[in-house]
Design a protein. Sequence first.
Length: 95
Amino acid sequence: MNIELSGSDFELLQRMGYLIRRVRKAQRLTQVEVSKKIGISQGALSKVETAKAELSALQWFRFCRLTGLPADSVLNEHFELDGFISDMQSNEISH
């Protein structure tokens, strides 16, 4: 069954894919590593990152738990991704 997405739905998918890709790369994780840990194929993750597929809520929460990304970041238009990545990398260096 194909469901047509509204413009705001597609923007949400784009934002989710962008967040996933940026955080995954910042943590030096491969698509294979992440996909195994959240329970999807590497190909499916690639599609999510390019807004051609979506994650279930459970898969999103698994990604957030894996990376430390706040689960509401995809909905929060004021979320500072660059600040999150910078803080994350600073914590890596100090540990």
